[in-house]
Design a protein. Structure first.
Length: 410
């Protein structure tokens, strides 16, 4: 029991005892001494009560914070025990789900509608297979890392968010206050200027599908091996395509509009270099970021370009020195901020920065993977087809946080 509750109960007992004593017209000496001692104890308890409330307040806040995150931790524990083997057997043989796998599936069905069996994205992370008598560690990381840990989009600072349902929009301020001087004594300062915003939307209009054919031989092999193969294949296929869509999605044929094809739509500045790859070309874009108040130094910039551009930068030496253009670039922009991207067209580079804690672009994912079974297409060979469906969209909040270079080395 909390100390504050104990003190409150004792205070109630003291008040009851005092009420009985003060009602007597001629109290005895013992009763008078008892009233004095009870009164002193009551005043002391008031001080103790305030101190107890102060001490317990921090405990309540800590307990409240724990309660806020307990459900997330519990679900993460369930996902850690999720078995893809059970999903495959349920789709192939109709076997009932059990244990943590059944609980995760039920939770996801309650949160949203799925035609097939829902699979959480966290279940697609790659896990180490070890001997039966050796502990099997499971590494839990943020969702963007679990989906594509080595992706170019994550290196550029693109933020992945999980959306339960509906659309999500970000109002971005485009006009607001104007500061200026009064031209004369008693004159008006400039303005007023209306505060205006533009909305950036993430809508569930784009569906990505990962198709997998499982032979009868694979179905009859060791369950752990089959589970690991399904995790690796589906995770790699979804991760690679999402990464490509963030950068190069056409916005047509069901694809979301990526950063580079959507430069004009998102208000991103695109510059044709038309010259050999050099630090000077990238420096000009870094300066543009600074002039737009997006960064304070070159180290705040992340960039990606194709391997051919890296080779040209590394090969080009400053006249009379052994210093390459690549050395000059990495002197100002840390090498850890630079990614080589095969997804980008030759001679194309993209530069991003996170200004004010806002990511340069957002990848929205609705729910988890909807895994659907097709046991009829390969019925003659006893095989099984699985299709994983994922709804995703891409948007850029502020075009001023992204810059594009083209025709490098032309």
């Amino acid at each position: 029991m909390l100390d504050s509750i104990k003190i409150q109960r004792r205070q109630s007992e003291i008040r009851q005892s005092l009420a009985e004593l003060v009602g007597k017209e001629n109290p005895t000496a013992d009763e008078a001494r008892s009233m004095e001692s009870l009164d002193a104890e009551y005043r002391t308890n008031e001080t103790r009560f305030r101190a107890a409330l102060t001490a317990e307040d921090s405990e309540r806040r800590e307990a409240g914070a724990e309660m806020e995150t307990r459900s997330d931790r519990q679900f993460a524990d369930l996902v850690a025990g999720f078995e893809m083997r059970q999903i495959v057997l349920a789709l192939d043989e109709g076997r009932a789900l059990s244990g943590k796998t059944a609980e995760v599936v039920q939770e996801m069905r309650n949160a949203g509608g799925y035609r097939g069996i829902p699979v959480p994205l966290a279940a697609l992370e790659q896990r180490n297979t070890v001997a039966a008598d050796v502990p099997n560690p499971v590494q839990t990381r943020p969702i963007i890392d679990r989906l594509f840990p080595a992706s170019v989009a994550s290196r550029l600072g693109v933020q992945t968010i999980n959306i339960t349902q509906g659309s999500v929009e970000w109002p971005v301020a485009t006009a607001g206050a104007v500061a200026g001087w009064a031209p004369t004594e008693g004159g008006n300062v400039p303005g007023p200027n209306p505060f205006q915003t533009a909305e950036r939307m993430l809508s569930p209009d784009n569906t990505l599908g990962a198709h997998m054919r499982i032979t009868r031989k694979a179905l009859k092999q060791a369950g752990e091996g089959l589970e690991q193969a399904i995790r690796r294949d589906m995770s790699a296929a979804i991760g690679a395509e999402l990464d490509r869509a963030v950068l190069m999605g056409t916005g047509a044929d069901g694809q979301p509009l990526g950063i580079i094809p959507g430069a004009a739509t998102y208000g991103i500045a695109s510059t044709a270099v038309g010259a050999a790859a050099s630090w000077a070309a990238f420096r000009a874009e870094v300066v543009a970021f600074m002039q737009a108040n997006a960064i304070t130094g070159a180290s705040d910039v992340s960039m990606a370009f194709d391997p051919a551009t890296w080779a040209e930068l590394d090969e080009t030496l400053i006249a009379g020195t052994a210093v390459s253009e690549w050395d000059r670039l990495t002197k100002h922009v840390p090498a850890g901020n630079i990614a080589l991207a095969n997804q980008l067209a030759s001679g194309t580079a993209i530069l991003t920065t996170s200004a004010g804690g806002i990511a340069p672009a957002f990848l929205g994912i609705w729910g988890g993977v909807d895994l659907i079974r097709d046991s009829f297409s390969d019925a003659q060979s006893g095989g099984l087809r699985l299709t994983g469906l994922l709804t995703a969209d891409v948007t850029v909040a502020r075009g001023s946080q992204v810059r594009i270079l083209t025709d490098i080395g032309a």
